[in-house]
Structure formats: C-alpha cells, structure tokens
Design a protein around this ligand. Structure first.
Ligand code: UDX
Length: 430
C-alpha cells in the first residue's frame, strides 16, 4: 500500500519504518526540517534498538521523509496521524497539533479521487476522533466520513527502547473504525502481523489505550506504596513482588518498586484521564492517588539521601542515570531529572552520568551540573551516589573511588548481598 505518516517522532518514525520494512511505500512527514533531512540520510534523531538497520534498508527505496504533507497525502491511500498530544499545565490534553494536522490532511482529501483512509494513532482522549478530528476532516475536505473518506483509530503500544520489537510483534492490534471499508483495509494492512486484530468503534479504541496505560501506571504506584510500607516493617518489597508475580492474574511484570514512573506517556495519559473524568463529574480517586504516589517518590528518595549523608549542600553527589528508564535517551518526565532539580535547589554539586541521555539533559541543566563520561568518573570523589535509571551497566558499579561510600538506590540495580563491606547502601523501598 501507499502510506503517509504525519509526525515523525517516536511513534511516527517507528510506524513509518515498520510499514516500509513490510514492503509498503511510505512517506513520513514532519514540520522540523532537521528531522526530515536526518531520516532521508538514514540517520534517525531518536535512539531505538534496530531502527538504524531498518532505515538503512528502506530509505531511498520505499521510505522517504518530507515536509510536504499535502503531496504525501495525495500520493498515498492511507494516512496515519502520529503527532504529539502533550499535556497542558492543567493536565488536559493539548490537541492543537493534531487539529492542525487533521485540517491539512482534510484539505488534501478534498482533492483526491479515491477512498482515502485517515488513521489516528496519536493518543487522544476517548471521543476525540469522533467529535474533534472527524468534523475538522469533513469541513476541510467537504466530504463525509465513512462515505467520502475512511476514518479509523489505531492506538500504539510501543515501549521506548523496545519500539521496533513492539511494532513487529505487538501483543495486540486494536482498530476502531467509522466504517466497514476502513476496517477492511486495516485488516488487510495488518494481515501480515503475528497478532490478531481486535475491531472496535472509535472511542473504544481510544479508551483501550488510556485504560491500559493508566492500569500499568497504577500497578507501579501500587508496588511503590506497598514498597514504602514493606521497607518500614523491614520486608523486602522485591521478595514480596516475586511472591505476588507467581499468581498468573498478577504476573511479575510492572512490579519493580522504585522512584516512580516517567516518560512521555504514563504521566500525561493518567493526567488527561483524571482531567476528563472530572469534566464528566466523576471523581478519579484511584488515578489521582496514582499520580500522588508517583509525585512523592522522588521526594522520599531525596529525604533518604539527606538522612544518610546529612545536608547535601556543597556535597559532591554522583547521579547515575538521567533518562526516564534504561535503554532510551528520553528524559521526558524523568524522575531522575526531578531529583537533579531538587539537588540543585539544595546547592549540591551534581555530577551525572547517563550512557545515552546526557545530551538531552544538557538542554535542561546546561552547565549547572557536570556530565561525567563514565560511571567511574561520576563516582570519583563523590560523597554519595544516587542510582536513578535502570541501565544494565549500573548493576556493576565500583564505589572504591568515592570519598564517602554512601549509595542510595532508586531502581534496585545492585547485587546487595555482594556489596563491598564499606558501602553504606540503602534502597528507596528496600
Ligand atoms: C509505556 C507503555 O509500556 C507502552 O505500552 C505505551 O505505548 C507507552 O508507555 P514507556 O513509557 O516507553 O511505555 O516505558 P515503560 O517501559 O512502560 O516504563 C514506563 C516507566 O515506568 C519508566 O519510568 C520505568 O522506569 C517505570 N517502571 C516500569 C517502573 O518504575 N516499574 C516497573 O515495574 C516498570
């Protein structure tokens, strides 16, 4: 098929590359020229395992990037809208980018002969595709959804760091469609995937995405709250989680207690759902508690560091990790970043190391912190070490170069039983 993808960020670029790898002709569109140029050189601006190899194989063959949305829609049969839907300060979802994209797609639709299908892949609050995006497309194209063009909603479930794998082998493919013709085309598009497709209506597909992310975030805040209790009664949360995970209804996944969740999805999606529930006059008690627990974990972590090292003012604090999780360069809503902000407020001397995210962190902290080139450099001469991102290389850290060997772990990375005797170690929930 001929596919256009509007928005070439984490979701759009993986979607474009993934379909191109399947042999489709794909044009991915972006408003940022450096992104377009980088993709056309086969060099992604994001770090995702396996993405480089795919781009090397498809760029110049059946994948190209462009700033011309109009032409891309005219030259394709199906358009995926993958633009960002960030949080507004009040927690509600910002739709301005997807509204403008829909308007431009609609204008191109108005010039097309065949039955073009528009697929919303951006994460939008239930009801958005039907009540916001559809009217914009109809107005701009002068056509009726389901008749003059097709409309569908196909949420993504890509985990950063595993996005290529998750696209190739998704746990599920959810498609909401306004009409049977659109559903049929998407069923054919996804026929080559190793996963069945669950067909729903538009807002059910939107809700499956939100409910899934909100549930996963709930699971994390749950184990963090249980972890805080376990720690205060001298129980190892990770042993508790191991026991819980043996129950096939619970599973061991997403029971890793620590400094809380970050990323561009969980915080934003839970906040949007809270906001929408309130608009509907429903008290989102559980979801608010999920955010509340998540907001206080980094603060508990700093309190623990202060308890062990005394005042952090003027202390050399080694921060191991800046990304919101291991395997990515993304620092959006990263608890590690929140912790560095707290440390700077306390006038600590922060030396940070992250294998991939230091560049992004420099955009936030500039020269207010020192960026070490390795964990050893980061730890050298430090009064206290804080482990705040789950990079695999942090499982083996050598603390011998530290001035004082105080280690506070927010991600349970170390083999506690085999730590050197002179390391004063403690975890946030263990
Ligand atoms: C998430 C969802 O998993 C994915 O399906 C959705 O499409 C996008 O949002 P992502 O945000 O990339 O993916 O990361 P994920 O691996 O889910 O981790 C999210 C956050 O939770 C990270 O900060 C991670 O460190 C934290 N986490 C995860 C925990 O604190 N404990 C856990 O047990 C698991």
């Amino acid at each position: 098929m001929n596919i256009s993808v509007v928005g070439s960020g984490y979701v759009g670029l993986i979607t474009a590359a993934g379909f191109a790898e399947k042999g489709h002709n794909v044009v991915c569109v972006d408003v940022v020229s450096s992104k377009v140029d980088s993709i056309n050189r086969g060099k992604p601006l994001i770090y995702e395992e396996g993405l480089d190899e795919i781009l090397r194989a498809v760029v110049g063959r059946n994948l190209s990037a462009s700033m011309d949305l109009h032409a891309a829609v005219l030259a394709s049969d199906i358009t995926f809208i993958c633009v960002g839907t960030p949080s507004r300060p009040n927690g509600s979802i910002e739709l301005k980018y997807i509204k403008e994209s829909a308007r431009q797609v609609g204008l191109a639709l108005g010039e097309k002969k065949g039955f073009h299908i528009v697929v919303v892949k951006s994460t939008v609050i239930p009801g958005t595709t039907d009540n916001v995006i559809k009217p914009i497309l109809e107005k701009a194209s002068g056509r009726k959804a389901g008749v003059g063009f097709g409309l569908a909603m196909n949420p993504e479930f890509l985990r950063e760091g595993f996005a290529v794998e998750d696209f190739r082998k998704p746990d599920r493919i959810i498609v909401g469609a306004s009409d049977s013709k659109s559903m049929g085309v998407l069923e054919r598009l996804y026929a080559g995937f190793p996963t069945g497709l669950l067909a729903t209506d538009l807002k059910t597909a939107e809700m499956i995405k939100y409910a899934s992310n909100a549930f996963l975030a709930t699971k994390i805040s749950f184990i963090n709250e249980v972890g805080n209790v376990c720690k205060s009664i001298g129980v190892d949360t990770y042993k508790v989680a191991e026991g819980m995970g043996l129950d096939k209804r619970i599973t061991p996944h997403f029971l890793r207690a620590g400094i809380g969740f970050g990323g561009s999805c969980f915080p934003k999606d839970v906040k949007s759902l809270v906001y929408r529930a309130k608009e509907l006059g429903i008290k989102p008690r559980i979801l608010k508690a999920v955010l509340d627990v998540n907001h206080t974990q980094p603060r508990r972590f700093i309190e623990l560091a202060r308890k062990k090292a005394g005042s952090l003012k003027g202390r050399r604090v080694a921060v191991l990790g800046l990304a919101f999780k291991g395997g990515t360069d993304d620092i959006r809503e990263s608890p590690a970043v929140a912790i560095v902000h707290e440390l700077l407020k306390e006038k600590a001397n922060v030396v940070a190391y992250d294998p991939k995210a230091a560049g992004n962190a420099r955009d936030v902290f500039g020269d207010r912190i020192v960026y070490a080139a390795s964990s050893a450099d980061c730890l050298r001469g430090a009064d206290i070490a804080l482990i705040v991102t789950e990079w695999e290389e942090f499982r083996k850290l050598d603390f011998s170069g530290m001035k004082r060997r105080i280690v506070v772990d927010g991600k349970r990375m170390l083999d506690i039983a085999n730590l050197a005797k002179d390391v004063d170690y403690e975890g946030i929930c263990w």
